[in-house]
Design a protein around this ligand. Structure first.
Ligand code: COI
Length: 351
């Protein structure tokens, strides 16, 4: 570790007030956060400080022009108290891909990784051991520089905050295939983890919830004929025994869970296809019984099975299978993440 970090620890830990057997997702925060400011054209000495409010000038550009990006990661603890991350290099790279697109300065790997690892060591008691729980890690960078001029800020902040968390979704979800709104367009920021991408989903999702659904299935912005993502996750569709997901593009996030699932599926004898998938193909497969499963894949929920979908006022139920790919793949990936099995890919990173 070569990064110098100023460390200011909390006086009294809050941990005794937390019920680790009933953790919500992302709303209980551990004692500390890692922060690093960018000013005068460079990243300053990073800090670890008590998790808490920050103060910004009302003209900070984050509030006006939305220069804000984030990542989602998890830390796990095995039965021997080893602490692990899953493919953290992928999150660091994608954070910088997002930074570039939003004209935010990129963060050096050393600051990000050393900061993250030091934070996890200091707050290691906050990493849950219970099956299905983990320490959700939220790195985010945003414009702190001031001014109403519509141009990139001259100052930024990186924060890495953590939240011991239980499951993201309670059970299976019902989804509505979107025909009017889009989450991303060609040439846009859909491939970046920009906060605004998620803000733009909230209203169409509210409309879907009013109709009795939990989430929206995003289709392409141009024709609304091709399936792209599931809520805030990538999507997988199983037709007969083939698992299909749409290719990454300007509009689709290069999900770490998505690409790991593709690799694990292939290596476990599940045929995969990365290709465009039309709404018509899915409807037809649903009608003739070939549509077996649909699920979302992302860091927070890992794999989120879909029980059925709506399209143009029709509802299509998915079958209840005895051994769904969703269950099998979720076990295979979480066993790697939590050190319950071999990791032939070298994805696990011990702290
Ligand atoms: C994740 O799966 O980590 C995501 O990015 C979803 C998030 C919006 C909770």
């Amino acid at each position: 570790m070569t990064t110098t970090i100023e460390i200011n620890k909390i006086e009294k830990s809050k941990i005794s007030s937390v019920d680790f057997n009933n953790l919500p997702f992302g709303s209980v925060y551990s004692d500390h956060m890692f922060t690093c400011d960018y000013k005068n054209g460079e990243w300053q000495t990073p800090k670890i400080e008590p998790f808490g409010p920050i103060s910004l000038n009302p003209s900070a550009k984050i509030f006006h022009y939305g220069q804000s990006i984030f990542e989602g990661m998890k830390a796990y603890k095995d039965a021997d108290n080893n602490v692990m991350l899953f493919r953290p290099d992928q999150n660091w790279k994608r954070l910088n891909t997002s930074a570039k697109r939003l004209a935010i300065p990129e963060i050096p790997e050393e600051i990000f990784m050393d900061g993250l690892k030091t934070l996890l060591k200091i707050d290691s008691d906050w990493i849950p051991r219970k099956e299905g729980s983990s320490l959700y890690i939220r790195p985010f960078m945003f414009a702190t520089g001031n001014g109403f001029h519509a141009s990139p800020a001259n100052e930024y902040k990186l924060i890495i905050a953590t939240a011991p968390s239980g499951a993201y979704f309670g059970g299976k979800v019902k989804v509505l295939i979107e025909e009017k709104y889009a989450r991303a367009a060609n040439g846009g920021v859909g491939y970046a983890k920009a906060g605004g991408n998620y803000a733009a989903q909230f209203y169409p999702t509210q409309l879907a919830i009013e109709k009795g659904y939990n989430q929206v299935i995003w289709t392409d912005d141009n024709t609304h004929q091709f399936i792209e993502e599931a809520g805030a996750m990538n999507i997988f569709i199983r037709i007969n025994d083939t698992l299909i997901t749409s290719p990454t593009s300007d509009r689709i996030l290069d999900g770490v869970t998505r690409k790991s699932i593709l690799q694990i599926a292939e290596d476990n004898g599940i045929k995969t296809e990365v290709r465009k998938i039309s709404v018509g193909e899915v409807i037809e497969a649903a009608k003739n019984g070939e549509l077996k499963e649909m699920f979302g894949a992302g860091t927070a929920a890992v794999i989120s099975p879909i029980s059925g979908f709506g399209y143009q006022e029709e509802y299509y139920d998915l079958p209840v299978l005895e051994n769904p790919y969703a269950t099998k793949l979720k076990k295979l990936i979480t066993d790697i993440q939590t050190n319950k099995t071999e990791d032939p890919y070298g994805w696990r990173v011990f702290i």
